[in-house]
Design a protein around this ligand. Structure first.
Ligand SMILES: [Zn+2]
Length: 717
């Protein structure tokens, strides 16, 4: 129905969060069932009016400070009014006359339409240059989210769907899948429970929603700081020190990422790194530990009430993994294999620390990880990111990305920025470009995408892809083309220097573009299954797979170009980068597995009675090479335990499938159009119309395995 689908944004954080959003009815139902969809993380779906252009009063807004839309609240209420009327019309159909078109199909239509009419308005919260418009757009998101939750609980609509399900419908394909998913999601939302249990479920969901918000608020408002002296900041660049708040002779280190990450990487004073780490893994405090344990208990009660052994089984039912047991086996298999690499990594860091400190028995601690990784990069691997970025001017990268994907997938991009700026395709800033995508064989216009690549005040500050509109065939036959937006923050060019991208930014660009093409190249007919509306533990596979292109010598040879000399990236420089790519990969994977395992262990106790501090410590001892840091409770500051609970494993899970899918390109050639066409047809085109596992199996022509992923970690197993 409604689709909000957030793909991930790739910030500099240790883990990347998908941020693409699509709102569909099923998702709304699903999210409502898990305690409310909070679009607060930056999920957006988007839109553009296809059916009623009159709803948007957009003009070409190319000046900072001028809104794109004149009346967002009015447009939102009008869209909701039309959607409510569509719901009423579905309910009013006599049961004897129910068809797919006038019942489920109409539900998919109204979901697609309200997305098309409001996604762009909601998106303005992240990109508009006008403060009033951003506020109105945020309010619109909240309004739409609440409306969607109400819709998922609409009893009359539920009865209409059930009445249709009871007819002799003989559905197949996407339509059969939609019916199955809709009934499943209604069941998951508790619609089949007796009235007293539904009341209790409602109470639980309400409490969960409040407690989860409180948990996140406590993290966001955490005021932990570590005061240090100038001496304790040894190794930190002057700009960093100048940016810190002062109190007398003390410098105040806050727990924000831009504050802690450089410190762990560069601070030569071990005690400072240790103190900051200690404070960091106590964020949220005991009050969040108590909140979390209450939340886990309520979630367990809900899962039992709905007929599941525990929360993890409930949560994974709609994902590629299908149940908790599969995820457990995944980790059981992976943990011992990764350990072999992690042990080597740990020894490498220990040698570095012993060399650097002159202490032959120095032990590597968690706060040493980044510091000695950076030390090794400089001393042994000679990887200089400032030097590397001179080979990646943004224009060259964009040309490369475009020509690679055009040839690989048999498509063509046309810059249509000059004809944009209408209500249907607004431009919110002068940096924004709009492209149309054409199929080179059929000549069909497949969809369009925006690029908004440079930072500016008040803009969304990570990188993300928004699926603003999905491919959709309305019940009257009208076809809506997908619309995506890539929002990134790459340095703007200046008069004497082009925008030079760091290699990890080039990787991010390819990643987000992987999401974008997943949105655009979809050939699905229902909104619910368009583009990136796939299982949540599969959605990062196409994007992560595409990251591999920026690590290939032949590919880089086609577009890297020194901004002064025009020379491509030297081979030996790339070889050093590749060697460095595997530096510490085992330890990093252990960190990810620890996070995923905590999240899972918390949600597999049937009664939800969990001592969260003891469990995280015990898992750390089992999984990690680093010694555990006592008296810490990382889980109290682990925000992913809220919306994404029992789902953190998905990052690594989808990387396994991404690596496996990538093998075929590696064998056939990363620039081979046949390999590209095959991937386009077998994966990208199908969106969520088929189970992720089935798609991967059909694409591979065999059972998926972990071998490619282990190579990705630098392990030959
Ligand atoms: Zn992503």
């Amino acid at each position: 129905m409604l689709f909000v689908h957030l793909m991930d944004s790739r910030s500099g954080q240790a883990h990347r969060r998908p941020r693409t959003l699509t709102v569909t009815v099923a998702l709304i139902l699903a999210s409502a069932a898990v305690g409310g969809v909070k679009p607060a993380l930056g999920q957006r779906t988007a839109t553009g009016p296809t059916t009623s252009p009159a709803t948007a009063a957009a003009t070409a807004a190319r000046q900072v400070g001028s809104p794109v839309y004149s009346d967002i609240p009015g447009l939102i209420e009008a869209a909701i009014g039309r959607a409510d009327a569509a719901v009423a019309a579905i309910i009013a159909v006599p049961d004897s006359q129910r068809t797919f078109e006038n019942t489920l199909g109409a539900v998919d239509d109204l979901g697609a339409r309200i997305e098309a009419e409001t996604n762009m308005l909601q998106f303005m919260a992240y990109v508009s240059t006008d403060a009033g418009e951003r506020d109105a757009a945020s309010a619109a998101e909240q309004r739409i989210s609440e409306w969607a939750i109400d819709l998922s609980k609409n009893e009359d609509l539920y009865r209409a769907v059930k009445a249709y399900a009871a007819t002799n419908h003989r559905l197949t394909g996407e339509r059969a899948r939609m019916l199955e998913f809709t009934l499943r999601d209604y069941r998951r939302a508790g619609m089949e429970l007796p009235p007293d249990q539904r009341e209790r479920l409602k109470e639980i969901e309400k409490s969960l929603s409040e407690l989860e918000i409180q948990f996140q608020t406590n993290i966001r408002e955490d005021e932990t700081v570590v005061p240090v002296t100038l001496d304790e900041l040894k190794g930190m660049p002057p700009e960093y020190i100048a940016g810190l708040a002062r109190s007398a002779d003390l410098y105040i280190v806050t727990m924000d990422y831009p504050s802690v990450e450089p410190l762990w990487t560069l601070c030569d004073n071990e005690m400072t790194r240790a103190k900051v780490r200690f404070a960091y893994v106590r964020r949220g405090g005991q009050k969040n530990v108590r909140l979390l344990e209450k939340i886990i208990k309520l979630r367990a009660e809900r899962a039992r009430m709905l007929g599941y052994a525990h929360t993890a089984d409930f949560q994974t039912e709609t994902r590629m993994a299908r149940n908790a047991q599969t995820v457990r086996e995944f980790y059981d298999k992976l943990i011992p294999i990764v350990k072999k690499k992690a042990v080597k990594d740990y020894a490498e860091l220990a040698a570095a620390k012993r060399e650097h400190t002159g202490d032959g028995s120095a032990v590597v601690q968690i706060w040493d990880g980044r510091f000695y990784t950076d030390y090794l990069l400089r001393t042994q691997y000679a990887v200089n990111h400032e030097e590397i970025r001179e080979y990646f001017p943004l224009d060259a990268v964009l040309d490369g990305l475009f020509s690679i994907t055009q040839s690989l997938y048999g498509i063509e991009y046309r810059d249509v920025t000059d004809s944009a700026g209408t209500s249907d395709r607004p431009l919110w800033h002068e940096d924004v470009k709009l492209y149309e995508v054409y199929d080179t064989t059929s000549g069909e216009m497949l969809g369009s995408f925006y690029l908004d690549l440079h930072p500016r005040a008040n803009k969304y500050n990570h990188a993300a892809q928004w699926g603003l509109r999905q491919r959709k065939t309305y019940m009257d036959g009208k076809v809506q083309k997908p619309l995506a937006a890539l929002v990134c923050n790459f340095t703007k060019p200046t008069a004497d220097k082009p925008s030079l991208m760091r290699h990890n930014e080039v990787e991010t660009f390819f990643h987000e573009f992987g999401h974008c093409l997943h949105t655009i190249l979809s050939t699905t007919t229902l909104n619910q299954f368009g583009g990136t509306n796939v299982e949540r533990d599969f959605v990062e596979a196409p994007s992560q797979m595409f990251e591999n292109w920026v690590w290939d010598a032949q590919v880089l040879g086609t577009f890297s170009r020194h901004y002064k000399t025009g020379n491509p990236l030297p081979r030996e420089m790339l070889d050093r980068m590749i060697a460095a790519r595997y530096l510490g990969s085992g330890l990093l994977a252990q960190g990810q597995m620890w996070l995923g395992s905590i999240d899972f262990a918390y949600h597999t106790d049937p009664a939800g009675e969990v001592d969260t501090t003891a469990v995280q410590e015990q898992l750390y001892e089992t999984i990690s090479e680093y010694p555990f840091l006592p008296n810490t409770w990382f889980q109290a500051g682990f925000g992913h335990l809220m919306g994404y609970h029992a789902g953190y494993y998905g990052y690594m899970w989808s990387l396994v499938y991404a690596s496996d899918m990538f093998q075929r390109f590696k064998e056939l050639g990363m620039l081979d159009p046949q390999a590209g066409r095959y991937y386009r047809d077998k994966i990208l085109a199908r969106g969520g119309t088929v189970d992720g596992m089935t798609m991967v199996r059909e694409y591979l022509g065999r059972e998926p395995d972990m071998n490619a992923f282990l190579k990705h970690l630098g392990l030959e197993e």
